[in-house]
Design a protein around this ligand. Structure first.
Ligand SMILES: [Mn+2]
Length: 230
């Protein structure tokens, strides 16, 4: 008996372009065999007008009805790689069952993460072992499990501050601002003093701006050279 392998990673940043370029072979990875790249397959159909993995991710985010702004630190896509041991995958391929394996894998992804969230999937045949790269957009329509857990645990995330707490916070904030103001005033006084000293050290003649030296027009220079040469 062999193993099925599942690798799940969140993509960092606001787009996953580099990863898409590798998956779609716009950038050829060193370990890929270009003579077999034509065997790679797109396993999830894109909506009309959507071309490729990047657009599919963006399209899902734009059409999922998200009402709140997505912050820069929120995960936009989860990378899922499905494969198996080399022996098993070769065995599946030799028996002509790779299509079946792909179908099963896509069905599992859709059943697990929701059909609309599985926005892209590519079968790679040009590396050592056949595998699928899937892109899952992690949108949750209900409450997040973590938020729900916090509520049941009794620690509400946004508790209203009591007036005494607010008074303490505001007092501290004011004190900080006063200190910052004082420091800035001191800095300003120092800078002004320095400016005065430097100004006093400048000799009076050099303070006058020199008139700019006029360069002859370029064409005139060229004519001059031609005349000299001929
Ligand atoms: Mn790959």
């Amino acid at each position: 008996m062999g193993y099925f392998s599942l690798d799940i990673k969140k993509a960092k940043g606001t787009s996953d372009t580099t990863q898409s370029d590798h998956i779609e072979r716009k950038i050829m990875p060193k370990n890929a065999d270009p003579t077999r790249t034509h065997l790679n397959m797109v396993l999830v159909e894109y909506p009309d007008g959507v071309h490729g993995r990047d657009e599919a991710i963006a399209h899902r985010l734009n059409t999922a009805g998200i009402r709140r702004k997505i912050t820069h630190d929120q995960v936009r896509v989860v990378r899922v790689v499905l494969s198996g041991t080399h022996e098993d995958m070769m065995n599946i391929q030799e028996k002509g069952k790779l299509d079946e394996w792909c179908n099963d894998s896509i069905q599992w992804l859709q059943a697990t993460f929701g059909k609309d969230h599985v926005v892209a999937a590519h079968l790679h045949m040009d590396e050592k072992t056949p595998h699928i790269h899937a892109a899952v957009v992690p949108i949750v329509t209900g409450e997040r499990r973590k938020a729900k857990k916090e509520q049941t645990d009794g620690k509400r995330k946004y508790r209203k501050k009591t007036n005494s707490v607010r008074y303490r916070d505001l007092k501290k904030k004011n004190e900080t601002l006063e200190t910052e103001t004082r420091l800035l005033q001191e800095k300003k006084a120092e800078a002004q003093e320095e400016l005065k000293q430097v100004k006093a050290e400048i000799p009076p003649t050099s303070s006058k701006a020199q008139p700019p030296i006029r360069q002859p027009p370029l064409q005139a220079v060229w004519v001059l050279f031609s005349e000299v040469e001929e």
